[in-house]
Design a protein around this ligand. Structure first.
Ligand SMILES: O=P(O)(O)OC[C@H](O)CO
Length: 200
């Protein structure tokens, strides 16, 4: 399809966006598996961990395919962070419900993720698409590692010392979440000033 400016328009119905939607579909299956056995470390917990790891890994896959095949779309730029946040924030909420993670950690991260998403939609309404920053990508990677560690009952295999590793990984994820969030706040202030300076 060709846009009015003569350039080829990329269809939103492409492989990277389909993978992103698959990630969204996998999220409720993962939540159910994690919550269904009430925090036990049996087979359902292992399955929940596997599904989370597979689903969050598709974040890297869809990005790679989109860039290498020239299939980057505005829909993808919006949908990709939402799919990540659904999985990661949902996982944190489930872990807090199960009493395995302090609520204040979950709330801090979820408020940051929801806040950035709301801001993305506000900017979209003004005609600006805000893609994920490198800090945001590093934050998602750190969250994925920390959540995968929390989900996988490795303590049943190697002993309780692994819990220290889990908490250290969560601390790094939390720090990157706050840091990258503050950088977005700085960008939001700059963009708001630019919008105000635009002729009406
Ligand atoms: O921090 P955000 O909102 O830019 O999210 C980053 C994405 O999850 C990276 O895939």
């Amino acid at each position: 399809m060709t846009a009015p400016d003569g350039r080829d328009r990329i269809s939103n119905w492409n492989l990277p966006n389909a993978i992103t939607i698959l990630r969204i579909v996998m999220a409720p299956i993962f939540f159910w598996l994690l919550l269904a056995d009430g925090g036990a470390d049996g087979p359902m917990r292992w399955w929940a961990a596997v599904i989370f790891i597979v689903a969050i890994s598709t974040d890297w896959v869809d990005g790679q395919i989109a860039r290498s095949r020239g299939l980057v779309t505005d829909l993808g730029k919006l949908l990709d962070p939402i799919a990540d946040k659904l999985l990661t924030s949902g996982a944190l909420v489930c872990l807090s419900i199960l009493g395995e993670l302090w609520w204040w950690v979950t709330i801090l991260i979820v408020v940051r993720e929801v806040g950035i998403t709301v801001w993305r939609f506000v900017e979209l309404g003004r005609g600006t698409v805000v893609p994920a920053s490198s800090g945001g990508k590093a934050k998602t990677f750190a969250q994925a590692i920390a959540i995968s560690l929390f989900l996988t009952p490795l303590w049943t295999l190697v002993g309780d010392w692994i819990l220290w590793v889990n908490w250290a990984a969560m601390a790094v994820a939390l720090a990157l979440t706050v840091w990258s969030g503050l950088l977005y706040v700085r960008d939001a202030i700059r963009l708001a000033r630019e919008h105000r300076a635009e002729p009406r």
